[in-house]
Design a protein around this ligand. Structure first.
Ligand code: PEP
Ligand code: MG
Length: 568
């Protein structure tokens, strides 16, 4: 049994699909028969084209035209004589093997395009890089994994899954996944929860211990992966799978009920989403709001920025699906573990502390304004609230809000209708902001506490790094004091406070947060019904009476023990 971190609830049983980078190294010997090498090259190009056609068709059907365009660009590269002819020439004149000719020619073009002062050409460098890896894999006879092409039930095994890998996974066939790295709040884990597939992350060793087609059980409840289970194990886990399905049926009874604690106090349970497709799962799971729409996914998995129209369509779709229910849309939070290759931003030593989110948007105001215009235009289709990420200073908020108001004026002048009811708030995920919440509360309409980052910045412990995960302590009194400070500051100004970090759906944190006065809890859709079940059993007043005691405790351990004892 391999132990990891339980990232998404449920039990999955299927064979392993290795989503691992193949070894593409080759020796640089001279070729003996140039004709044969040219033939090998042509064959590898042809097979790669056929594969790309399939992936393109699949992406078009599952994700949309825009995303499929990347593969059209890749196909063009494979048919470009300006690239292919020099490869053949290298084989014929220098006795190069097909592998060496492909690799050297492609690298020459990549270097040339990469350094050009033209974004279009820089994107071509990325295309050439991607496709040549595929062709090289065919020449070497190794498999190049394509998550989009999975067409049988599997469990995906990977070192890590990038958000765009995760977005490509086909829910129908991918029954679960397990990774070497990552934590509960890494984006692959968050995506797994919104896709509602069981997942275990941070195992350190699944890619080493598991082989293609091995039978696997992923226990996303306990955080275990079982490789080649015995018959007894299989039977036991099938039973567990059924019990989980029954439990889900029980939870589902509360789908249309409000979230009211045993003493009559009501709170709101919202969901975090990444795409308009996620809304269906939110409504199925009884979500009362979208507490966080992470718009980054609109910008990822493609080669260029999304247009205003594309964004407008996505925002409108989410707002319409939610009807009167609130939808908090977060403006672009790029950076950290969410990269956009096409922006070509310089590499940073500490990306989580670097040029990201609102910092990027305030400098690239054209990108920011496009998003704000799309949001403002969509605002008439529902109950929109706009939230800025990674706010560290009041000036940043003022600047961002001024740009928003400016775009609103522009639209009005153009005769475009914009709602006048849009609340504008911020994520509280940087300690400076949590500490000075009182000052912010006078100017913002609401706060949403982003504990995923707030914890990492407060404890100085990277949320992606398992070696310091012992320091990633949501129940640490430092975190509870910051959270309490934010809630008090907001309530003093009659503003509401939500939490959209993973802590909001954590069964140990929920009683504490209820007692501290949190108004809105936003979590993975699948956590909503268990949370509602739990809150209905809790008294807010009773939990509030423990507030001072909890805030003055010395360790996270003490907090945890206390809460367990009081809520049993
Ligand atoms: C957070 O930091 O708590 C948060 C919700 O944002 P993200 O996980 O996208 O960084
Ligand atoms: Mg964050």
């Amino acid at each position: 049994m391999i132990q990891g971190i339980a990232a998404s609830n449920g039990i999955a049983i299927a064979k392993a699909y290795m989503l691992t980078a193949p070894d593409l190294s080759f020796s640089k010997n001279n070729a003996e028969n140039p004709n044969l090498e040219v033939e090998r090259l042509e064959k590898a190009l042809e097979v790669s084209k056929q594969e790309l056609e399939k992936i393109k068709a699949h992406t078009k059907k599952e994700i949309g035209d825009e995303h499929a365009e990347i593969f059209s660009a890749h196909l063009l590269v494979l048919s470009d004589p300006e690239l292919i002819n020099p490869m053949k020439e290298k084989i014929n004149t220098e006795n190069a093997t097909a592998e060496a000719a492909l690799d050297e020619t492609a690298n020459m073009f990549i270097e040339m395009f990469k350094n050009m002062d033209n974004e279009y050409m820089r994107e071509r460098a990325a295309d050439i890089h991607d496709v040549t890896k595929r062709v090289l894999a065919h020449l070497l006879g190794v498999t190049f994994p394509d998550p989009a092409l999975i067409d049988e039930e599997v469990i995906v095994i990977a070192n890590d899954l990038t958000p765009s890998d995760t977005a490509q996974l086909n829910r129908q066939f991918v029954k679960g996944f397990a990774t070497d790295i990552g934590g509960r709040t890494s984006h692959s884990a968050i995506m797994a929860r919104s896709l509602e597939i069981p997942a275990v992350v941070g195992t350190k060793q699944v890619t080493k211990d598991i082989q293609k087609d091995d039978m696997i059980i992923v226990d996303g409840i306990e955080g275990n992966v079982i490789v080649k289970p015995s018959d007894e194990q299989l039977a036991a886990y099938k039973e567990k799978q059924e019990a989980f399905a029954k439990q889900k049926e029980e939870w589902a009874k509360l789908k249309d009920e409000p979230t009211i604690a045993s003493d009559g106090e009501q709170v709101e349970l919202g969901a975090n989403i990444g795409t308009p497709q996620d809304v269906e799962g939110v409504l199925d799971n009884g979500g009362e709001a979208i507490g966080l729409y992470r718009t980054e996914f609109l910008y990822m998995g493609k080669n260029e920025l999304p247009t205003e129209e594309e964004q407008y369509d996505a925002y409108k779709s989410v707002l319409e699906q939610m009807g009167k229910k609130p939808v908090v849309v977060r403006t672009l939070d790029i950076g950290g573990d969410k990269e956009l290759n096409y922006l070509d931003l310089p590499e940073e030593l500490n990306p989580f502390l670097g040029f990201r989110a609102i910092r990027f948007c305030l400098e690239n105001t054209d990108v920011f304004r496009t998003q704000l215009r799309a949001l403002l235009r969509a605002s008439v289709h529902g109950n929109l609230k706009i939230m800025f990420p990674m706010i560290a200073t009041l000036e940043e908020f003022r600047q961002a809000k001024a740009i928003l108001l400016d775009e609103k004026d522009n639209l009005k002048q153009e005769g475009v209708k914009v709602s006048d009811q849009i609340e504008v708030g911020i994520m509280v995920e940087i300690p400076s902001t949590a500490v000075t919440a009182k000052q912010f509360a006078k100017e913002v309409d609401f706060f949403s506490i982003g504990t995923n980052d707030l914890i990492q910045y407060t404890m100085a412990a990277d949320r992606m790094n398992e070696r310091v995960s012992y320091l990633y302590q949501p129940y640490h009194p430092a975190i509870l004091n910051l959270v309490s400070n934010v809630i008090e500051a907001a309530h003093a100004e009659n503003k509401w406070v939500g939490m959209c970090g993973e802590m909001a759906g954590d069964p140990i944190a929920i009683p504490i947060l209820l007692g501290l006065g949190l108004d809105e809890f936003s979590m993975s859709a699948t956590s909503i019904l268990p949370a509602r079940t739990q809150i209905r059993e809790l008294s807010k007043e009773k939990m509030a009476s423990y507030k001072d005691k909890l805030l003055s405790m010395a360790t996270a351990e003490e907090v945890m023990e206390f809460v367990k004892e009081k809520t049993e």
